[in-house]
Design a protein around this ligand. Structure first.
Ligand code: IDP
Ligand code: MG
Length: 155
């Protein structure tokens, strides 16, 4: 049963440096996901310790954090039915060279950590991650006239 969800996306420093912010946002828009939050975030060491806590034991952890702090990142909250899994599908596998063609990571990147995007990996982590980076006042509820054409009458 489809569930309306919000999910967190970060456009990483390589997306900013390579002028891919617009292209990536365009792909999310084309998929029909609604942008309900959007801002620049300057990530800190503490934020990344929390955000990547599942990777602290990895040998690449310190360099991953350095990579993520090189420039501000673009934080987005996207909303839609099954938004968490649908976004992961559009983003593609962690390693861009194993990602399916047509996904953003496969189409525009070649390596880790520079795989352009973070996207929440489960409904539970999406709830935690949206709260980690966005306050309630930074999230916007609004109607789009295209919702009915994209989601059908089930909205
Ligand atoms: P995900 O971003 O697809 O959810 P995670 O396993 O949560 O993948 O890893 C978080 C991020 O850490 C990746 O997107 C990538 O930027 C980086 N990363 C993952 N594995 C490696 C690695 O082996 N070397 C360097 N960086 C890595
Ligand atoms: Mg992850």
């Amino acid at each position: 049963m489809a569930e309306k969800q919000q999910t967190l996306v970060l456009l990483k420093p390589d997306a900013l440096q390579r002028d891919l912010l617009g292209e990536i946002i365009r792909r999310f828009e084309m998929k029909g996901l609604k942008i309900v939050g959007l801002k620049f975030i300057r990530l800190t060491d503490e934020m990344l310790d929390e955000h990547y806590s599942h990777l602290t034991a990895k040998p690449f952890f310190a360099s991953l954090k350095q990579f993520m702090m090189q420039t501000p990142v673009v934080g987005m909250v996207l909303e839609g039915f099954d938004a968490v899994s649908e976004i992961r599908k559009v983003v593609g596998s962690t390693n861009p060279r194993e990602a399916d063609a047509g996904t953003i990571r496969a189409d525009f990147s070649m390596n880790v950590p520079s795989n352009l995007i973070h996207a929440s990996d489960s409904p539970e982590s999406a709830v935690t991650e949206v709260k980690r980076f966005f306050s309630d006042a930074e999230l916007f509820d609004y109607e789009k006239i295209t919702d009915r054409f994209i989601f059908g009458e089930g909205i």
